[in-house]
Design a protein around this ligand. Structure first.
Ligand code: GLC
Length: 796
């Protein structure tokens, strides 16, 4: 079935594949392929780049950010040697007019199929599970009645180090290439790497060797851009491909590229399969082993099915069936895939090459693993704990490979550690994590994870205002508030709410750690904080946002612009700061003043004038990104806040409005991919109202999963068991959820014959009725490895 079809494509294979039928999508529509170490991003034109370990510091192939041209990539030319006509397997770089063109972006792979002059080409790209290598399987079929003699030419530019490689005349001096005729492999190395070294600045080798080879022995090769392309020529019609001859250049100081020529002749209706490999290893010997292993079609086919199995085993751990197919597709497949492949493993996209770990970012993202494989969340927690200073402060981000990091004046980063630890405990009840000792950045002796969490909280308590509110410094969760409190006077209402949530959640943690005084202290602090937030943070009709160093209120009715901020409303509910009446009051305001066609905007109205005392948020055009756009990450919190208050229609509506499949129904307005979340959608103040951008590399994916799965479908990990607490559209008759919780698998079916939106009246587990309280139910913790059937009845 062709689901959610637009003029550019549709979902296939139960939503697990997005098929692009028109390559002229309004923006590059990309896929991200990675095994957590090696990775590649590929667009529907066939453009993109590859990396190992860090997409910024260790980019294997060159790419420059130009989403309009999208003309940097690793390409494959196909040439008919009888008449010299050529095209490319992807639409770029030749931009021929194929008779057929289709791109299938799937989980862990992309396949580009094209037909030109009677030759069908299917280029399948993916990354092996167990090796730093990208595999291309090219299947060529002769659909004509004539014998055809073809040459394939691969092409990529070596980057081999930090990206962007903008000063190419400098960097090319350190690149070296060689062709090993025995294995038919191009090897690339670089004698400079821009990461810190014990020998001083820029005095370190790039510590890898890149390789590129094919299953059919190449008949020729080239490592020189000049001889391949021709001076003043371009990739659309490179000299070598026109002439049908590669010049076999290699060595140092070239504009280094990798190109292999592979010949292929095809009888009528004949099909042949050819493999190309691109990878990078620490030692050449390792590369040779990988080459040997993956040089056959059989081994590549096996690697492909192993890769698919790996993803199935991850994504298949949770499964939902609701009457809303767009929700099913996002919750079952793409949000989890985006959070894992895009945010945790690849940490890159077309809109932003990160490479680094953001302290707050990847911790939040790692929540995606809680219902899938919580040991991965644990790994992430411990990694972040090691990037904290002994005074509790943390790096805002740091780069794996170089370990260079940015100490921060942002004030929320450190608190995400206790936040995620507490979510991990709810999921697993694995208290042992709190005792694990991890070093600090400036104290290798380290301390227990519990102590790391305590130091984060205590650090915030060294930065409180006289009114008992936390200072905002160079920004809270909102990066754009970069100047609000740089003199350490301005306060953040949101940070206070967030801190309140953490204090409450850490009370059981302190009790577990036999630290009763701390538990009492946290309770007292939470009470005091809540009182201050509710008096000092209240603006009459809603919570304002922050105070500047001058004391001026932001996000207030008295503010000339940016009169109302979203996060202080949603988090007053999420953090249990507002009482019930106020909670509804502020969410009414959110619906009335912040909700638009593309979800809730972060600020309204957007700032039209840059304000040096607020920060760069005010420098975006009004309606864009943090300045009045729908910031998807924050918009997912709207869903949670509504659902927490059982405002079911509003919760589902807010979810659907930011669902990329729904937004993508108008692709020329929305422009972004319909299968992954965007960082932002332009708000009503923008001239591009409704336009999505910054896809893949956004913290919204994991949170949107949480909002839909835990809060609308209402299946949440709790301290004493699995909570079932639906908040669904009334029209739904039933839905089902599969979820693993503390080792046991639950198959939950929720029936709604009376068309209500909430309120459980009966639960039967494995044939036995279990108690329901106040319309909710807590499934007692089952035996590890057991399977349970849970039937839930909603009603009045
Ligand atoms: C970006 C940052 C994230 C921040 C958000 C809001 O997505 O990566 O850390 O919280 O913007 O400013």
């Amino acid at each position: 079935m062709k689901n959610f079809k637009t003029k550019y494509g549709y979902f296939d294979k139960n939503g697990k594949e997005f098929v692009i039928t028109n390559h002229q999508t309004p923006r590059p529509w990309t896929n991200l392929l990675t095994n957590g170490d090696f990775g590649a991003i590929v667009s529907q034109t066939g453009s993109g780049y590859s990396w190992k370990g860090n997409a910024q510091l260790n980019r294997i192939t060159r790419w420059e950010q130009d989403l309009i041209k999208d003309e940097w990539g690793k390409y494959l030319y196909i040439r008919d040697d009888s008449n010299g006509k050529f095209w490319s397997a992807g639409w770029k770089p030749v931009c021929a007019k194929p008779d057929f063109y289709e791109v299938r972006h799937g989980i862990g792979y992309t396949q580009i199929s094209s037909r030109n002059y009677g030759i069908q080409s299917d280029l399948l790209m993916f990354i092996a599970n167990d090796a730093p290598v990208e595999l291309w399987k090219v299947t060529l079929t002769n659909k004509t009645k004539k014998r055809r003699t073809l040459s394939l030419y691969s092409y990529m530019e070596w980057n081999l180090g930090a990206a962007p490689d903008w000063h190419r005349e400098f960097h090319k001096c350190f690149l070296n290439t060689e062709y090993d005729s025995k294995t038919g492999t191009i090897f690339g190395t670089k004698r400079l790497w821009e990461v810190p070294s014990p020998n001083g600045h820029w005095n370190r080798d790039w510590e890898y060797v890149a390789f590129h080879t094919s299953s059919v022995k190449p008949s020729s090769f080239d490592c020189d851009k000049e001889s391949f392309m021709g001076m003043y020529q371009n990739l659309q019609s490179p000299k070598s491909v026109i002439e049908g001859k590669l010049k076999k250049q290699s060595g140092n100081s070239l504009d280094a590229i990798g190109s292999l020529q592979v010949k292929c002749s095809l009888k009528p209706n004949e099909t042949k399969e050819i493999i190309f490999l691109l990878g990078a290893t620490e030692k050449k010997d390792e590369a040779k082993k990988i080459i040997k292993k993956y040089k056959t079609v059989r081994s590549v086919d096996r690697a492909f099915s192993e890769m698919q199995k790996m993803w199935e085993s991850l994504l298949g751990t949770t499964e939902v069936k609701t009457p809303d197919d767009s929700m099913n597709i996002m919750l079952n497949t793409w949000l989890k895939y985006q959070a894992i492949a895009g945010r945790l493993w690849g940490r890159t996209g077309y809109y932003q090459t990160g490479g680094a770990f953001g302290f707050r970012d990847q911790l939040q993202d790692s929540q995606i693993f809680l219902p899938i494989d919580p040991s991965q969340t644990k790994k992430q927690i411990l990694l972040h704990a090691r990037h904290q200073f002994k005074d509790g402060q943390v790096y805002h981000w740091w780069h794996p490979l170089s370990e260079v990091g940015l100490p921060t004046e942002m004030t929320d980063d450190l608190l995400w550690l206790p936040f995620v630890v507490s979510a991990y405990l709810q999921e697993t009840n694995d208290h042992s994590i709190l005792h694990l000792s991890e070093p600090f950045l400036d104290d290798k002796g380290g301390a227990s994870l519990y102590e790391h969490c305590i130091r984060a909280i205590e650090k915030v308590y060294t930065r409180m205002s006289d009114r008992g509110l936390p200072l905002i410094g160079a920004g809270d969760w909102n990066d754009g508030l970069s100047a609000v409190g740089i003199q350490w006077k301005g306060e953040s209402i949101w940070l206070g709410q967030f801190l309140h949530r953490i204090l409450i959640d850490c009370i059981p943690m302190a009790e577990l750690m036999s630290d009763p005084l701390r538990a009492v202290l946290f309770k007292q602090r939470a009470d005091a904080l809540r009182a201050s937030l509710n008096s000092n943070g209240w603006d009459g009709a809603y919570y304002y946002g922050a105070t500047k160093d001058s004391g001026e209120k932001l996000g207030s009715q008295t503010s000339p612009e940016g009169k109302i901020w979203l996060n202080t409303q949603t988090w007053s509910v999420i953090a249990d700061v507002a009482d019930e009446q106020r909670s509804h009051q502020v969410m009414d305001v959110v619906e009335k003043r912040l909700e638009h066609k593309a979800g809730t905007v972060l600020v309204y109205p957007g700032y039209k004038t840059p304000d040096t005392k607020i920060g760069y948020l005010t420098r975006y055009a009004a309606g864009m990104r943090e300045n009045g756009g729908t910031y998807t990450h924050a918009a997912t919190w709207t869903v949670i806040a509504h659902a927490k208050l059982k405002r079911a229609e509003a919760a589902f509506r807010s979810f659907s409005k930011i669902n990329p499949i729904i937004r993508g129904a108008k692709p020329d307005e929305y422009v972004a991919e319909p299968y992954v979340t965007p960082g932002n959608i332009d708000g009503p103040d923008s001239r591009f109202y409704g336009r999505g951008g910054w896809t893949w590399y956004t913290g919204s994916a994991a949170w949107m999963f949480k909002a839909g799965f835990e809060w609308i479908l209402g299946i949440r990990a709790g301290n004493t068991g699995l909570e079932i607490d639906p908040c669904i559209p009334k029209i739904w008759k039933s839905y089902s959820v599969k979820r693993i919780y503390r080792g046991a698998t639950y198959h939950i079916t929720v029936k709604n014959p009376n068309h209500v939106s909430k309120n459980i009246i009966k639960v039967v587990m494995d044939g036995k009725e279990i108690p329901v309280q106040e319309g909710k139910c807590i499934i007692p913790i089952g035996d590890v490895k057991s399977e349970h059937t849970v039937e839930v009845m909603l009603g009045k």
